[in-house]
Design a protein around this ligand. Sequence first.
Ligand SMILES: Nc1ncnc2c1ncn2[C@@H]1O[C@H](COP(=O)(O)OP(=O)(O)OP(=O)(O)O)[C@@H](O)[C@H]1O
Ligand SMILES: Nc1ncnc2c1ncn2[C@@H]1O[C@H](COP(=O)(O)OP(=O)(O)OP(=O)(O)O)[C@@H](O)[C@H]1O
Ligand SMILES: [Mg+2]
Ligand SMILES: [Mg+2]
Lengths: 248, 248
Amino acid sequence: MGRIFSVANQKGGVGKTTTAINLAAAMAKAGKRTLLIDLDPQCNATTGLGCEPTNSHGLVTRRPLRESLVATYLSGLTLLPGSRTFHDVEILAKGDQGESGVLREHLSDGIDGFDVVWIDCPPSTGPLTQSALAASSEVLMPIQCEYFAMEGLTQMIGLIRDVMQRGGGRLEFGGIVLTMVDASLELAREVEGEVRDFFGEIVFEAVIPRDVLVCEAPSHGRSVLDYAPQSRGAWAYIELCQEILEMT
Amino acid sequence: MGRIFSVANQKGGVGKTTTAINLAAAMAKAGKRTLLIDLDPQCNATTGLGCEPTNSHGLVTRRPLRESLVATYLSGLTLLPGSRTFHDVEILAKGDQGESGVLREHLSDGIDGFDVVWIDCPPSTGPLTQSALAASSEVLMPIQCEYFAMEGLTQMIGLIRDVMQRGGGRLEFGGIVLTMVDASLELAREVEGEVRDFFGEIVFEAVIPRDVLVCEAPSHGRSVLDYAPQSRGAWAYIELCQEILEMT
Ligand SMILES: Nc1ncnc2c1ncn2[C@@H]1O[C@H](COP(=O)(O)OP(=O)(O)OP(=O)(O)O)[C@@H](O)[C@H]1O
Ligand SMILES: Nc1ncnc2c1ncn2[C@@H]1O[C@H](COP(=O)(O)OP(=O)(O)OP(=O)(O)O)[C@@H](O)[C@H]1O
Ligand SMILES: [Mg+2]
Ligand SMILES: [Mg+2]
């Protein structure tokens, strides 16, 4: 079975969607058959790739998963689009009772033919994120080098440990990604220092710099790797992708 | 009855908590007896003012609300702390069935003696945010001048309209606040232009600039108005506060 990554952090706006899109794109470009699953009712991963959210989420319909998959502009990258209808997403969440029953079943049936799966989670520790974690082999946590981000880390780590201990899944800690790093700011350097001291090896070497081209790419429905291939943001995501692929 | 503001936006990291803390502080300094309610299980508004989250949220305990209120470092600013225990917060949300029963009752009993109440909401359109909206007289929506923020705006406006039409409350649209604006970026100027064209008068004149001092303040448990009173961020929040007070 291929690697299934959840990109998760209850803190808002730390770059979960940006990281999910750009790592999925990087892996597709590296020759992996890649599936990106949009699990967030905001549907940012979907629109950020120039695709349309659906009325009913592929994970709650009765149809086999592959009927809900769509091609993206990038060959090798397939998308399970998000759905804005909250109650759909609540069905998925309730049906799971915090275990990933629905998600894990659907996933295992639907993902033959994919080498790697990326799941973009909403900013919450609720049932959706828990289902994603329980269905995953690894969790990636993007964090910003700011005070509130540090606070939330401990809580997220607690949740991940709970899911691991509940068992039934094969979740391992994938790693912490420092995002939107403005190395000119003392605050950012201090927080990065603290995170590395505290978490050691699970923090990736590659950090994603603050780069307006990364921020502009979704309005063009493209990964930054295609929108601005020579940008610092694009290079950083490629570097991070390689660090992850070498981890196997 | 005093004004009750919800600070809401399902998009993460757009400055809801920063705005709730700094406008509540500005109003307390302007002589208003101010209550800030932390409705987010992340408890950022609580820790950002140097206070402790509670085990059980004041809005779900049987005790009268005022027994759960705590003083902050700032005279005139009182806090109803947040609670990290998700099921507590879920009780509040479920008890409401999407209507603000519990929150609105508790609020109307508990808020005599306050001129203004600020409610910090989590990044979601779920039951917590809906309860807050139904209990409020006005909603303030902070938004960042970036693509995903624009997308989420339409959905939030839809939710606010639903709450208004369900009736029973006295919710009006308070306004849109542009946050973390980096005026040197063309993207920011474009998005600001679009937001003002589209939404007109409901967009506040005052915008909050990107300012690292605003970002550092919570790690000192202070509003930026006390941490860095001469900063551009502090001045902007004071200007916004006055614009809001003149709205009555
Ligand atoms: N490296 C970067 N440089 C500049 N801007 C960035 C960078 N990464 C992300 N952004 C921008 O920051 C904002 C937040 O990023 P994103 O939406 O990916 O975060 P998120 O954690 O998925 O948010 P949410 O919690 O709402 O799901 C977006 O407008 C995005 O384009
Ligand atoms: N004007 C500003 N300049 C610089 N940084 C800012 C500014 N406003 C907020 N920030 C920082 O941006 C981050 C996100 O802000 P904040 O936590 O207030 O957003 P939020 O919408 O409440 O997030 P969430 O969706 O997780 O509740 C925080 O680290 C905060 O300190
Ligand atoms: Mg996202
Ligand atoms: Mg917040």
